[in-house]
Design a protein. Structure first.
Ligand SMILES: *Cc1c(COP(=O)(O)O)cnc(C)c1O
Length: 395
């Protein structure tokens, strides 16, 4: 397996970086010359530019997305004794943020067809202690802003968006990050907007929340050597901000390329829908920024997920599973008291999902390659397929 040449990588940042190599080198040299490594000009510029791009007033750069959640919740006044609702099928950082902020996480199930948080389940989880909900705009699709705002109004809770996978996503006229009280973004290298290392940002329309995160990320000091709260050290490096400034103008175009690739996948995969292979549903059209392209290998598939994954790997096609174990079944979080069976959709999806290669620049030929490999293993596995061998050969 290790000697198989990669034909379709899962993510390829090279083509993206080649396009802007010179600009990135100039940005780095400029920071080197100026020497403003911490809280410098590029960071201030990027905070403003990224907040604007999200239709939000303030941006505060932090060390990573996890810190954006932790410090953001703290700045929103959420902490000890407060319950925060979040989906069971998110990347673990959402849960870490809630716990690090001192709040009590309350997990809920997701919808089976989109993998987004089930707001009806969330409604049932509300108690007198519920202060907030974290909709995770998973895989690049926003949770419905209309439904979220209605939920927040009805239950008198704050919305804090985890937009780490949804830079510039749109739905119902809202941008990711512009729906709630505040939102967290990550600039981990493989995110839709990625630094050359770790990075994150808290965005908000609330001047006080922004000010508070500025203080928290910088030792709890609203001004130098004057500490009004404990805080921490979590700043977005100026060097990383200078790279993100170079990349930001391309982001919309890169997201469009992802969306186009997803549409090509959708169209071709429809041919094997009858074999139990179904993509997660997109309810936001071109507003879905496809951080990941995720399909479900349902029980009606003649071949199981492992066999499909293996066939793709042998053909040099890289895939992933995001994520194989839901938060409530992770060893570190058993003290939360959940057990197998608590969140059936999240648990089922963990066993069914497969993330196919997705990045701006993924070609139609590569998408066909992925499809052809999947189709042939599926036909091999189904009696029906042996009848219709022509489909295998001719694709
Ligand atoms: C990446 C990610 C995070 C955390 O971001 P880091 O920068 O890696 O700390 C949080 N939530 C989700 C949904 C993510 O995908």
């Amino acid at each position: 397996m290790t000697n198989i040449p990669v034909k379709v990588p899962f993510v390829d940042l090279q083509s993206q970086h080649q396009q802007i190599q010179t600009q990135m080198e100039q940005a780095i040299s400029s920071v080197l010359r100026r020497g403003d490594f911490i809280l410098g000009k590029d960071l201030a510029d990027f905070e403003l530019a990224f907040a604007n791009a999200c239709d939000v007033s303030y941006g505060v750069g932090v060390a990573c997305g996890t810190d954006a959640i932790t410090l953001g919740l703290q700045a929103c006044g959420i902490g000890n004794g407060d319950e925060v609702i979040l989906p069971a099928n998110t990347f673990i950082a959402t849960l870490i943020g809630v716990i690090r902020a001192g709040a009590t996480p309350v997990l809920v199930d997701c919808e089976e067809d989109t993998a987004l948080i089930d707001l009806e389940a969330a409604h049932k989880a509300v108690t007198a202690k519920t202060r907030g909900i974290i909709p995770v705009h998973l895989y690049g699709q926003m949770v419905s802003p209309g439904k979220l705002l209605e939920f927040a109004r009805a239950n008198k809770v704050m919305i804090f968006e985890d937009a780490a996978q949804a830079h510039l996503a749109q739905r119902e006229g809202y941008r990711a990050g512009a729906v709630g009280m505040a939102a967290a973004f990550s600039f981990y290298p493989s995110k839709n907007l990625g630094a050359l290392g770790d990075g994150g940002m808290l965005v908000t329309n609330d001047a006080n929340v922004a000010q508070k995160v500025r203080s928290l990320r910088n030792y709890g000091a609203p001004r130098k050597y004057y500490h009004t709260e404990i805080g921490t050290n979590s700043r977005l490096d100026n060097l990383q901000a200078s790279i993100l400034n170079v990349k930001l103008p391309y982001l919309e175009q890169w997201n469009q390329l992802r969306n186009q690739a997803a549409q090509q996948y959708d169209a071709i995969l429809a041919k094997i829908g009858n074999l139990g292979i179904i993509p997660l549903q997109n309810h936001s059209g071109t507003g879905h920024v496809y951080h990941l392209y995720v399909i479900r290998i349902t029980p009606s598939s003649p071949v199981d997920r492992e066999a499909i994954l293996e066939a793709l790997a042998v053909a040099g096609i890289q895939t992933g599973i995001h994520y194989p174990i839901p938060c409530h079944l992770q060893p570190a979080y058993q003290h939360l008291g959940y057990c197998l069976g608590d969140f059936p959709h999240a648990e089922t999806l963990c066993n069914e999902i497969l993330s196919l290669p997705m990045y701006p620049g993924l070609s139609e030929a590569q998408i066909h390659q992925v499809f052809d490999t999947m189709q042939s293993i599926l036909y091999k596995g189904s009696a029906e397929g042996f009848v219709d061998q022509s489909a295998v050969i001719l694709g």
